[in-house]
Design a protein around this ligand. Sequence first.
Ligand code: BG6
Length: 291
Amino acid sequence: EGKHGGSLEALEVTSDECGASIRVTKFGGTLYSYKDADGEEKLFASEEGHTDRSKPVRGGVPLVFPQFGGGELPKHGFARTSEWLLEDTPTEQDGIVTVAFVLESNEETLKIWPFKFKLVHNIVFGASKLQTSMHVVNVGEEAFKFQALLHTYYLIEDISQVQVVGLKGLSYVDQLRESNTFTEENDPITFEAETDRIYTDAKGPIEILDGKSKKISIELSLSTGEDGTDIKPCDAVLWNPWTEKSKGMGDFGDEEFHTMMCLEPGCVSRYETCEPNATWVLTQRVTFSKM
Ligand code: BG6
């Protein structure tokens, strides 16, 4: 039962072999919990999040599609507020569990975005690894343009201690400044204010060093061939709302920014094109370890 009324139907999948587990909501197909083999939560989910379907899930990995901004479509698109279906029974082999969810264009989506698509949210996890991907398939007769993002919220100990390594040299757009294109010169990046940047041409590994002893290592890629060929780098959004923005968000606690940060791989600085029958895949591979 959520704080704002309602509750979100979720599927929990646990590895028989290592005990790691995930939870995914039907609403938004959002992965909002990943616990490693020690039962330690790795993803942030807000205590103040709405659970009455009036807003996307605030935490985990909301899926942004078919666009990042707003405009005529809802901000960050409609995938994160649509009802997803489990594709098949989850499978496990050697301690690695695979589960997939699907969203297909339907009356509702066609009303606001007139293209036929199939999205697959594929989640693969083990004792200390998590891989998530979004597959975009064009099942219609005309090409469409889109943006997509895996809006990943990590649970961290203390944002003021966090170091992000691996973005040096990349250009980024600072969404909080007017004259806004820069080249990243810091390695590591640290946080001392609201941060909202879109880095381009990232492929990782990007490392998040969490204060004392924890390390999150992230590799990202996007490919335009079903068989994983034509791999290219993608964008990466780095976000922490800090104090004022947090207070302004009705579904996020005023102090929760201390223990979260978003590193979101995707394609948001430009539009990708998906031809009829083509598949486009965005993937993040995350390893959680202790230093
Ligand atoms: C980030 C954006 O990806 O998502 C931020 O760069 C935005 O500008 C944040 O504030 C959260 O968005 P929302 O729609 O979930 O409140």
